[in-house]
Design a protein around this ligand. Structure first.
Ligand SMILES: [Zn+2]
Length: 475
């Protein structure tokens, strides 16, 4: 394992600058990523965020860090309640379906599981405690509608992440919905008093009968598992305001400590150059694409291969190209299995060193995946030239394969390559002839044929179940 690098740099939304990454605890990274709101199947824009976070985590692990990753499941909010009501089923049943679907989807995309997937409905007491602290400290108040709101003017750093200005704020303006725009920055709901639209979704608490707002959920669950201050918090750019701004306001007002050191946000995904929306007919869940027989690993590669802070334009041509790229890597791995050349005189080792350095340097630089992949495919092309010339020895091929597997620990697209044992045509004929000889009880001929097979690297064994063959292991 590599020693933790000190040269990783991330663009921190908080400072709008690239900064050298220094974890709170040497060698360890505590990271929180906003998870799915389980009111529907996740779409490819959601998966862009989850894949960026997967790449980030895998890169930190490659660099030797132990990562504790927490991803919440938002299973109670405005959208889930609306959805359950529409289907006339209990909230829990409604969200369980989409939670299971989410786990199936991330498995298909080869996303490494987080260490914890806390559900909001399992952490109501932590949310209540946090809200009570905010009330005691004067940052929150109960309004005439019996809901508890956060008084954003009380928190002097309000706006530090999204850079919004609240000077023009109307006194007493409040917002109860979970999502709203920057222009509507105002006191937001921490605890929402029950209304008939909530149906049977409520908790009886010291704050009254009601349910939590979305923002308090992430503050409570992140601090519950990662502590009052942790290293990295991720999400899509649309989470910066109001969600993450409000998380900072809630957590920092309650603890008096810095909440998160590095905020990383991924840009939007476009489809055919347009914002993805159901009304444009360009809205895809992962399931939509899998139904059309697209390879989930090609989808993974496509969503990973654009730098996370650049807009990604999803097209079906791009998906074809991604599939071809993955296939190129897999074919390369297959070729390596058969390589048995005379040796490159150190050329292969030099190429590995160079590719490793370029890949790492690019990834350390705020996960510059485009440059890293460029280095990888240059490497594949150059080694292929040596393979064509019969210059890659068995041990060099093993070195290259080991290097490729280490990188694939980061990319997660090649997977385990099973060696396909294919019997050479000549051997098939010899085995057939040997069977004939055995049937005729011509043991001398059968043995001679066995030796002949051995010469071409095929070992035959006569077992009670019949003749078995295997290929001789190459040294
Ligand atoms: Zn969140």
């Amino acid at each position: 394992m590599n020693a933790p690098a000190t040269s990783i740099r991330f663009f921190n939304t908080l400072t709008r600058r690239k900064e050298t990454f220094t974890p709170i605890e040497p060698g360890k990274v505590r990271m929180y990523t906003c998870g799915p709101t389980v009111y529907d199947y996740a779409h490819i824009g959601n998966f862009r965020a989850f894949l960026f976070e997967d790449l980030l985590k895998r890169w930190l692990e490659y660099r030797g860090y132990t990562v504790t990753h927490v991803m919440n499941i938002t299973d109670v909010d405005d959208k889930t309640i609306r959805g359950a009501k529409k289907q006339q089923i209990p909230l829990e049943q409604y969200t369980a379906h989409y939670t299971n679907a989410f786990f199936e989807d991330i498995k298909a995309l080869n996303i490494k599981p987080a260490n914890h997937y806390p559900k909001a409905t399992n952490h109501i007491p932590e949310m209540i405690a946090l809200i009570e602290t905010l009330i005691q400290k004067g940052y929150a108040y109960k309004a005439s509608d019996n809901s508890v709101y956060y008084a954003i003017k009380k928190f002097k750093n309000y706006g530090k992440l999204s850079h919004i200005k609240i000077q023009t704020l109307k006194k007493g303006a409040r917002v109860k919905t979970d999502e709203y725009d920057k222009e509507e920055a105002q006191d937001f709901a921490l605890w929402k008093a029950w209304t008939p639209e909530d149906g049977d979704v409520f908790w009886e608490t010291p704050l009254g009968k009601g349910r939590p707002g979305w923002h308090i959920e992430c503050s409570a669950m992140s601090m519950r598992y990662l502590g009052e201050t942790f290293d990295i918090h991720c999400g899509g750019v649309d989470n910066i305001f109001p969600h993450h701004e409000n998380e900072i306001a809630q957590s920092e007002a309650a603890t008096g400590k810095k909440f998160v050191n590095y905020w990383l946000h991924n840009e939007h995904l476009l489809v055919d150059g347009k914002k993805m929306a159901k009304k444009f007919g360009n809205f895809y869940t992962l399931r939509d694409l899998l139904k059309r027989d697209f390879d989930p690993i090609a989808i993974r590669f496509l969503l990973l291969s654009t730098h996370y802070r650049a807009q990604l334009n999803f097209t079906f041509e791009g998906l074809d190209a991604a599939r071809a790229a993955v296939e190129r890597l897999r074919n390369f791995m297959r070729r390596l299995q058969d390589a048995d050349g005379k040796g490159s005189g150190g050329k292969v080792a030099a190429l590995v060193r160079e590719a490793q350095a370029c890949f790492s340097e690019a990834m350390d630089d705020d996960l510059n995946i485009s440059v890293a992949l460029g280095a990888l495919f240059d490497f594949v092309r150059e080694v292929n030239v040596l393979l064509d010339a019969g210059l890659v020895s068995r041990s060099e091929a093993n070195e290259v394969a080991g290097f490729m597997q280490r990188l694939d620990g980061v990319l997660g697209v090649v997977g385990k390559m099973e060696k396909k044992e294919v019997l050479p045509k000549e051997a098939e004929e010899l085995i057939g002839a040997r069977e004939e000889a055995r049937k005729a009880r011509d043991w001398a001929r059968a043995d001679a044929l066995r030796l002949k097979l051995r010469e071409i690297g095929v070992i035959v064994e006569d077992t009670p179940q019949g003749v078995k063959w295997s290929l001789e292991k190459k040294r």
